[in-house]
Design a protein around this ligand. Structure first.
Ligand SMILES: *[C@@H]1O[C@H](CO)[C@@H](O)[C@H](O)[C@H]1NC(C)=O
Ligand SMILES: *[C@@H]1O[C@H](CO)[C@@H](O)[C@H](O)[C@H]1NC(C)=O
Ligand SMILES: *[C@@H]1O[C@H](CO)[C@@H](O)[C@H](O)[C@H]1NC(C)=O
Ligand SMILES: *[C@@H]1O[C@H](CO)[C@@H](O)[C@H](O)[C@H]1NC(C)=O
Ligand SMILES: *[C@@H]1O[C@H](CO)[C@@H](O)[C@H](O)[C@H]1NC(C)=O
Ligand SMILES: *[C@@H]1O[C@H](CO)[C@@H](O)[C@H](O)[C@H]1NC(C)=O
Ligand SMILES: *[C@@H]1O[C@H](CO)[C@@H](O)[C@H](O)[C@H]1NC(C)=O
Ligand SMILES: *[C@@H]1O[C@H](CO)[C@@H](O)[C@H](O)[C@H]1NC(C)=O
Ligand SMILES: *[C@@H]1O[C@H](CO)[C@@H](O)[C@H](O)[C@H]1NC(C)=O
Ligand SMILES: *[C@@H]1O[C@H](CO)[C@@H](O)[C@H](O)[C@H]1NC(C)=O
Ligand SMILES: *[C@@H]1O[C@H](CO)[C@@H](O)[C@H](O)[C@H]1NC(C)=O
Length: 478
């Protein structure tokens, strides 16, 4: 990425206008204050901003499932794979421990302590530096493109009146439109750091049929988008790329909270946002990509079989305990809860504090949608299903018989034992653990995995759990 020193030439206006005397104001009154005429540099003017990637501005608008035969099948693979798993190994002990808060090394320059990466004057290079970087950022591009298309599409599909009935105004629609356009910028940034082989925009197949379901889906999709990026950022070889993506992620995280607010949920019922492995992100995301352009760059990541929550709590009910089995609009793991329920069971137009789930800056439910100890019934798919763009990826697992449910939320991975009740069904109970005292680990949209072993993994080595994942899903815990 080029970073020319931008010099904005301000066109000086001829006459500076004197501040007017302020009398009584009416709405729409014009009050001139001192100012110059100026405009952003464009086109060939010096300091002009880079263009957006083409497909970000001329996005595809067809939607629906893919019914053709793929021209290629399977994830991208290198010519060789070294091992089935990666063994843990000792870390050369970190030697820095500051006992008195005083600097231990000479300073490289005034007001700057020794240490850090990229702090010795080496010029930054804003490009991916390894296969790991390339594949991670390519996955990120897919996420940015689906968000760009999805946010636009919801506004096209549902009228202003539909939004009003869900408690949302034209100004809320403009906010969603603004978030869509942010994605054009994010897709451009990430694509530029990959080069010309960056994945292009695809076509998508969405599950929702109401405004509430659109918002519910967005809250889930932005959760895996945000968590997908947190999962790989610190592992990137290119700290320059990581720096720019963090700056996009800060915005994605706000989108996640905003969609929860539009859905009448607590905006951020967690103290820490979880990170997930790329293959978890790809498993959840790729189910909504119906096809990609010819020769689109393929990704290396794994597609796990789906883990279904039979009694997924429905956020549209004012007593979520009354949720029926299979009360989601479809069987893809990110599918929203059915919003088409009897008005006297819905929380949308309830006017009582603690029961209302209409849009709000914050909601505080009297009865949370789920709770520790809740029985959670599960079913799971077998591997070998064609999924993702053009149905050209295949679900797989290397896990043995499932025995645990892994709950990933905030900083913690928690296991509960799975009671198997059939060939692909079983149940467990929602755990009650806390991250730090008084912070229940599980809240918001939770990632759940069925595993054969209770592998110890922490935020920086979570990917090591993948060979033990039998199926992957989402749990709506608040
Ligand atoms: C996916 O489908 C699109 C549209 O039909 C087609 O152009 C593309 O070549 C297909 N890709 C694969 C891998 O089959
Ligand atoms: C400066 O730091 C980079 C890594 O951040 C390292 O590759 C390079 O060798 C360092 N240069 C010097 C002169 O120490
Ligand atoms: C999740 O957060 C909501 C909002 O703060 C709260 O009402 C609920 O009790 C929390 N759930 C758990 C399990 O802590
Ligand atoms: C796809 O790749 C084939 C083989 O390299 C090439 O002939 C074709 O022109 C490519 N299609 C596009 C749309 O780039
Ligand atoms: C939901 O069920 C749990 C467990 O039986 C119970 O403690 C809770 O009070 C119920 N909530 C409502 C609103 O019925
Ligand atoms: C999801 O799968 C279950 C079990 O096969 C089925 O009962 C349910 O109807 C399916 N839901 C939808 C919306 O297709
Ligand atoms: C909701 O309304 C339906 C019919 O309008 C009625 O049969 C049902 O008992 C009501 N449920 C509650 C919880 O009030
Ligand atoms: C909520 O208030 C509105 C406006 O006063 C009213 O039309 C609606 O019936 C109320 N809803 C409930 C569930 O009480
Ligand atoms: C979950 O499954 C168990 C055992 O099959 C069954 O007894 C229980 O009723 C189910 N719970 C729900 C909420 O469907
Ligand atoms: C949860 O994460 C915190 C912070 O990393 C850690 O201190 C704690 O031990 C973890 N708890 C469990 C049960 O893993
Ligand atoms: C992951 O790291 C933790 C230390 O934070 C370690 O205890 C655990 O064994 C590691 N897991 C694997 C699978 O390497």
């Amino acid at each position: 990425m080029k970073s020319p020193v931008t010099i904005l030439m301000l066109a000086l206006a001829s006459g500076i206008i004197a501040a007017p005397a302020v009398g009584p104001l009416s709405l729409g009154a014009v009050v001139d204050i001192p100012a110059v005429n100026t405009h952003p540099p464009r086109g060939t003017e010096p300091g002009a901003a880079p263009t957006l990637v083409n497909s970000a501005t001329t996005g595809l608008t067809t939607h629906g499932p893919y019914s053709g035969t793929p021209t290629t099948t399977g994830a991208e693979q290198a010519t060789a794979t070294l091992e089935a798993t990666i063994a843990a190994q000792p870390n050369p002990m970190a030697t820095y421990y500051n006992t008195n808060g005083k600097l231990t090394q000479p300073q490289p320059m005034p007001y700057m302590p020794a240490g850090g990466v990229g702090t010795n004057g080496t010029l930054p290079v804003y490009m991916v530096q390894s296969d790991y970087d390339y594949e991670s950022v390519a996955l990120g591009v897919h996420q940015e493109y689906i968000e760009l298309d999805l946010f636009h599409y919801g506004l096209e599909l549902f009228s202003e009146q539909d939004f009003l009935e869900a408690g949302l105004t034209a100004e809320d629609r403009n906010l969603i439109e603004y978030m869509a356009v942010q994605e054009a910028g994010h897709a451009t940034l990430l694509s530029n750091m990959l080069g010309e082989t960056a994945p292009k925009q695809c076509t998508y197949d969405y599950p929702f049929k109401t405004v509430r379901e659109f918002l519910d889906f967005n809250a889930k999709l932005t959760r895996w988008g945000e968590s997908g990026n947190w999962g790989f950022l610190s592992h990137l070889d290119s700290k320059e790329v990581a720096t720019l993506i963090v700056q996009a992620e800060a915005i994605e995280a706000r989108q996640q909270a905003i969609f929860r607010q539009l859905l009448g949920l607590h905006p951020m019922p967690i103290w820490f946002a979880p990170g997930i492995p790329q293959s978890w992100h790809w498993t959840l995301l790729s189910q909504y990509i119906s096809s990609c352009p010819e020769n689109n760059t393929r990704v290396v990541w794994q597609n796990f079989p789906n883990l279904h929550v039979v009694n997924q709590p429905n956020v549209n009910r004012f007593i979520a305990n009354t949720t029926n089995n299979w009360e989601t609009v479809g069987n893809r793991t990110g599918d929203p809860s059915d919003s088409n329920i009897a008005e006297n069971q819905s929380c949308v137009h309830q006017n009582t504090t603690g029961y209302n789930c209409g849009p709000a800056i914050s909601r505080d439910r009297n009865d949370p949608v789920s709770f520790p100890g809740r029985q959670v019934n599960l079913t799971w798919d077998d591997p070998g299903r064609a999924v993702g763009p053009n149905n050209s990826y295949v679900t797989s697992t290397t896990a043995r018989q499932p025995a645990f449910v892994a709950w990933l939320s905030q900083l913690n991975l928690t296991y509960t034992p799975l009671t198997v009740t059939g060939s692909n069904s079983g149940f467990t109970y929602q755990p009650a653990n806390e991250v730090f005292e008084t912070d229940p680990a599980l809240n918001g949209t939770i990632f759940i995995a069925l595993t054969d072993e209770a592998i110890d993994a922490t935020p920086f080595n979570l990917t090591m759990i993948n060979p033990h994942v039998r199926a992957l899903g989402l749990y709506q815990s608040g």
